[in-house]
Design a protein around this ligand. Structure first.
Ligand code: KG4
Ligand code: ZN
Length: 332
């Protein structure tokens, strides 16, 4: 059984082929054009997806040594994401399925981030908790089966990835700033500057207040010393990262305690953060958790996770029809 999956929700055009439950190719074209604008420009993202989608799909098929005739289904990201970007992948998948007479499978991007854990071994056992952290989302998900997931906590305003990227912008770092904060943080002192952690009820998060605290702190320091950022970039990044990771882990700890679940996973672009990965492993050791962290390649946006999610829907014969439309906002 061969599934071709397409991902185009933001600034990565990706295609992957899954054969009999195993990922055989995962091609990702990252759009570098957004770097100069300090963030993803939706219209430019759509145009770049149009340019990349054919060569990316071709390469995914070639790498997997599969031809169009060998395919059994086509899967695509329905949402959430940028509408114009999603439209490119959705239209492409629909046309290809129609042309080849194949069933279509629609995938929720956030569920796919969670199911990235089933690409490689070891795989988490059900039920598990997944902290899903990306540029657009921050969620704690309780996963009972590949097709049954419940969001038990989430951000009420900004996503943690956005807090990383917007803070990086204040530090004059190019987009996406998350990986650069991670890089500078490696040689900085995480306790050099401290910030008050937000108080949010239950398992919910908030990042807009802390983002503003970082901004006021930097403005004040730069007024006193115009070279403050340049002279202290490592310590600033380490302190910012330490604060954001603490906010995430505090709620994850609470979720594990309340549910009694000790199988703990992280997913999404921010799960590539080395501070988060290290602190989670340390916390897991302390609390006797089994911790699951995906390879870097499966943390940020990729079509392999879409293919993996499609595999479970295929086994359930859960197909959609040609009238399907992308959705910028999409719940589980
Ligand atoms: O999952 P993803 O690739 O796309 C979305 O669905 O949003 O996540 C992108 C986010 C960006 O905010 C980026 O800055 C962040 O993941 N990110 C990181 C790191 N690598 C990617 N944030 C912190 N540290 C990293 N190493
Ligand atoms: Zn994502």
């Amino acid at each position: 059984m061969n599934i071709l999956a397409i991902e185009s929700s933001c600034d990565e055009t990706s295609a992957s082929v899954l054969s009999n439950g195993k990922i055989c190719s995962n091609v990702v074209a990252t759009q570098l054009i957004h770097t100069q604008y300090g963030g993803v420009v939706p219209e430019l993202a759509s145009r770049a997806h149009q340019q990349h989608i054919l060569p990316v799909v071709d390469k995914a098929l070639t790498d997997a040594k599969v031809t169009k005739k060998d395919l059994d289904a086509i899967a695509f990201t329905k949402g959430p994401g940028l509408l114009g970007a999603l439209l490119v992948g959705t239209s492409f998948a629909k046309s290809m399925a129609l042309g080849l007479g194949l069933p279509l499978i629609e995938i929720n991007h956030m569920q796919a981030h969670v199911l990235a854990h089933f690409i490689q071994d070891p795989k988490p056992e059900f039920p598990f908790l997944c902290l899903t952290v990306s540029g657009g989302h921050t969620q704690i998900v309780k996963v009972t089966s590949p097709l049954e997931m419940e969001v038990i906590g989430q951000t009420r305003d900004d996503a943690v990835g956005e807090a990383f990227d917007k803070t990086a912008k204040l530090l004059d770092l190019p987009y996406p700033g998350g990986p650069l904060i991670d890089k500078y943080a490696k040689t900085g002192n995480p306790l050099a500057y401290t910030f008050p952690l937000p108080e949010m009820p239950e398992l919910d998060f908030s990042f807009s207040g802390i983002k503003t605290s970082f901004m006021y702190f930097l403005q004040k320091q730069v007024r006193e010393n115009p070279n403050f950022i340049k002279e202290n970039i490592e310590d600033i990044c380490a302190s910012v990262q330490h604060t954001l990771v603490n906010i995430l882990l505090k709620k994850l700890k609470k979720a594990a305690k309340e549910t009694g679940i000790k199988e703990i996973a992280i997913a999404g672009g921010v799960s590539a953060n080395s501070g988060l990965r290290t602190s989670l492993l340390e916390l897991g050791q302390q609390l006797n958790w089994k911790v699951y962290i995906p390879d870097f390649e499966y943390c940020t946006d990729n079509a392999a996770m879409i293919a993996m999610a499609a595999h479970y829907k295929y086994l359930n014969a859960d197909f959609c029809d040609q009238t399907v439309s992308p959705m910028a906002r999409m719940e589980f």
